[in-house]
Design a protein around this ligand. Structure first.
Ligand code: ZN
Length: 169
C-alpha cells in the first residue's frame, strides 16, 4: 500500500479520455493505493487519471470525513440515468488544489459499475454522492470542473488557481 502522487491541472493526462478496464485485470494493488492516496490527500474521490492511470475507474468515500470509512470502488462505471433537475454546488478537486468551482449538475444519477470483487452493481445516488460520482466520471472522460464554466468564469477560475499555486510555491 502506498500513497501515489496526484497529477495537477493542466497536466495533459487529465484531459485524456480513459480506456475501459479489461476483464480479469488485477486491480487490487492499484485500488488499495488509490484509496490510501484519497484518504491521505485528504479527499472524498479520486479517479485513475489523477494518479496517471488512464483507465476507467475511480474510488470515493463521501462519509469518512464525518463518520466511519465507507469506500466505494467504481470500475468501468456507466451513468445510466440523470435526473432532469440540476443544482449548482461548489466543488474542489485534488488536481486543482485551493480552488472551489461552482458546477451545476443533475441531483440524482443511476450508476452501474463493477466493484473491487468484480461483481456488477447498480444503484441510484443523490445528494453529495451524486455530485461526487459525476465529478469523478468527468475525469474518466478527460474533463475537469473548469470545463463546465463559460469562458469568463473559466478565465477567472484559472487565474485564481494560478495565484494560489504561485503562493504555494
Ligand atoms: Zn477532481
Amino acid at each position: 500500500m502506498s500513497v501515489l502522487s496526484i497529477l495537477k491541472w493542466p497536466d495533459k493526462r487529465l484531459a485524456t479520455p480513459c480506456i475501459p478496464v479489461a476483464e480479469g485485470e488485477d486491480l487490487a494493488t492499484l485500488i488499495a493505493d488509490m484509496l490510501d492516496t484519497m484518504y491521505d490527500a485528504p479527499g472524498r474521490g479520486l479517479a485513475g487519471p489523477q494518479v496517471g492511470v488512464l483507465k476507467r475507474l475511480f474510488v470515493m468515500d463521501v462519509d469518512w470525513k464525518t463518520g466511519p470509512r465507507n469506500p466505494l470502488v467504481m470500475v468501468n462505471p456507466e451513468i445510466l440515468w440523470r435526473s432532469e433537475d440540476s443544482q449548482p454546488g461548489e466543488e474542489g478537486c485534488l488536481s486543482i488544489p485551493g480552488v472551489m468551482t461552482e458546477v451545476s449538475r443533475p441531483t440524482q444519477v443511476r450508476l452501474r459499475w463493477r466493484d473491487a470483487t468484480g461483481a456488477t452493481q447498480e444503484r441510484d445516488f443523490d445528494g453529495f454522492a451524486a455530485r461526487c460520482i459525476q465529478h469523478e466520471y468527468d475525469h474518466l472522460d478527460g474533463r475537469v470542473t473548469f470545463d463546465h464554466l463559460d469562458e469568463e468564469a473559466r478565465t477567472a477560475a484559472e487565474d485564481r488557481y494560478r495565484l494560489h499555486k504561485d503562493q504555494d510555491a
